[in-house]
Design a protein around this ligand. Structure first.
Ligand code: FDM
Ligand code: MG
Length: 233
């Protein structure tokens, strides 16, 4: 069998839309899908890993974490660049992982970087924001979970971190701001052929999961045969 690279699949959406839950379920599903035969992904996907941005475990990530928890202030351009740097520092490892045939399910990526920064009142400028992430590995698929603002807030107070439930509200978790973020995402997906929008209002975790898995199954062969692209280039 020809050795194929892994897929790069990004989940995006506002806070509380269920990305992390769905990302975990996708990784589990891909890791238990039979390699061959009925229900398989055609022997292309060998293994999947869960990645998340911001990656709060690196030195840059720890700064970002403090900022998000309102423990420090940061100039808007500066924090935008730190989010982007937090992605760039992981690129060698990301490419190595994909090369090994391992797929990566990514909980947020450069699209969050752009949508959240561009949504700020003192506009940074869409084009300026894009430059910092230009040239990153381009995802094969972007799965956008769309949630109404009514449902949004109800979900925020509950948050799981490191296996325990903590109740905190981070910097960007305000409805008006997240509505602006969703508008910015709307601009980002225009004309893109690798984005899929999934409405998640009133849908069960299981139904959404099936939906996402089917999109992946439909795309796996095409994607893994192509060389990984470069974002926004
Ligand atoms: N966020 C996330 C950004 O503002 N820029 C980025 O580049 C990324 C990856 O950080 F409100 C925002 C989005 C969210 C916050 O994300 C933390 P999680 O998924 O809640 O940890
Ligand atoms: Mg959050």
């Amino acid at each position: 069998m020809i050795k194929r690279r892994g897929m790069l699949i990004v989940l995006e959406g506002c806070d509380g839309c269920g990305k992390s839950t769905q990302a975990r379920k996708l990784v589990d599903a891909l890791n238990t899908t039979p390699r061959e035969g009925e229900g398989s992904l055609g022997g292309h996907v060998t293994h999947a890993e869960l990645w998340k941005f911001p990656n709060r475990d690196t030195a840059i990530g720890r700064l970002i974490d403090e900022y998000l928890q309102n423990k420090c202030e940061m100039e808007d351009h500066a924090i935008h660049l730190l989010f982007a740097a937090n992605r760039w520092e992981m690129v060698p490892c990301l490419l190595e992982t994909l090369e090994k045939g391992i797929s990566v399910i990514m909980d947020r990526y450069a699209f969050s970087g752009l949508a959240f920064s561009a949504a700020k009142k003192k506009k940074l400028g869409f084009q300026w924001c894009k430059i910092a992430d230009q040239g990153l590995p381009r995802p094969d698929l972007v799965l956008y979970l769309s949630l109404s603002s009514l449902e949004m807030e109800a979900r925020w107070n509950k948050k799981e971190r490191d296996g325990t439930m903590v109740y905190i509200r981070e910097r960007y978790e305000k409805v008006a701001f997240q509505n602006q973020v969703q508008a910015e995402y709307g601009k980002l997906m225009m004309g893109e052929d690798n984005w899929h929008v999934i409405e998640v209002n009133n849908k069960s975790i299981e139904v959404i999961h099936r939906n996402l898995l089917n999109i992946i199954k439909d795309n796996v062969k095409i994607s893994t045969e192509k060389v990984i692209g470069k974002l926004w280039l």
